[in-house]
Design a protein around this ligand. Structure first.
Ligand SMILES: O=C(O)CCC(=O)C(=O)O
Length: 250
């Protein structure tokens, strides 16, 4: 079996796979440095309670360097896995960071998606959205690793909820190094865990969805892209980022 088939199979069966040491460390380090002032300014200007629970922030990223880097957006293996799972012409609609700061609170167990068919919320179907996560720094047990409950993405929703209520779900922390890439089915039950250190744990989330989906234009208002970046994209990147195109060229 090829690596690509094995990654896709792991996501289908377990809900996720991790590509170890996949993105260049220098590109990640540049993002970590550039993200620090974005985080500080976001927190300093916060008017409302944090949007992901106590001391936990979801912050969109601009599609400009260093956050735009072809290594993140034009990777052959990642695109092949996405095409295997989502079919042709999938599109990106989310580019942001999840950052727990020092705190002691676990997030509630959740999935990231409502049922695809509200009137049949237990309907089982293949993945329609895939999330890609990569950290700006090593995620140690103390820095609030993402916790996943393996193979819960294909449970009927009512059964997943029953298990959560009965506390009958086992979680595993996904420890990652800068350069590792997590590809997951966002229906898989998961939660954020406490970051007990003074180091903000910035982790990127990219949301990819099937060609026929649309989850709301307002998502994309938060991700400016410049004409220079757009002009330098490969055809594959332009296809994948097409929903950002007309609205944000500056
Ligand atoms: O980043 C994390 O640790 C979890 C974030 C998450 O699942 C969310 O905010 O929906």
């Amino acid at each position: 079996m090829s690596d690509i088939a094995a990654y896709a199979q792991s996501i289908r069966e377990e809900g996720f796979c991790i590509l170890r040491n996949h993105f260049p460390k220098e590109a990640i380090a540049a993002c970590r440095i550039a993200f620090a002032p974005i985080l500080s300014s976001y927190v300093a200007n916060l008017q409302e309670p944090p949007n992901r629970g106590p001391n936990r922030h979801y912050i969109p990223l601009p599609l400009v360097p260093p956050f735009y880097h072809p290594a993140f957006f034009d990777d052959d293996i990642i695109h092949a896995v996405l095409e295997t799972l989502l079919g042709q012409n999938y599109a990106m609609v989310q580019y942001a960071t999840d950052t727990p700061l020092k705190g002691l609170v676990y997030q509630d167990v959740h999935t990231d998606l409502p049922p695809l068919f509200y009137e049949e919320s237990d309907h089982l179907h293949p993945a329609h959205v895939i999330a890609i996560n990569f950290p700006f720094l090593d995620v140690t047990p103390e820095r609030g690793p993402f916790e996943m409950a393996r193979a819960t993405h294909f449970l009927p929703r009512s059964e997943a909820l029953r298990r959560v209520k009965a506390n009958d779900v086992s979680f595993e922390p996904l420890l990652m190094s800068a350069g590792d890439v997590l590809i997951r089915d966002p229906r898989c039950l998961h939660r954020g865990t406490p970051n007990t250190t003074d180091t903000p744990r910035g982790v990127v989330v990219m949301g990819m969805q099937r060609s026929w989906m649309w989850r709301g234009e307002e998502l994309l208002d938060q991700n400016p892209i410049t004409q220079t970046v757009w002009d330098g994209l490969s055809e594959r990147e332009k296809r994948c980022l097409r929903h950002f195109r007309h609205r944000h060229l500056r």
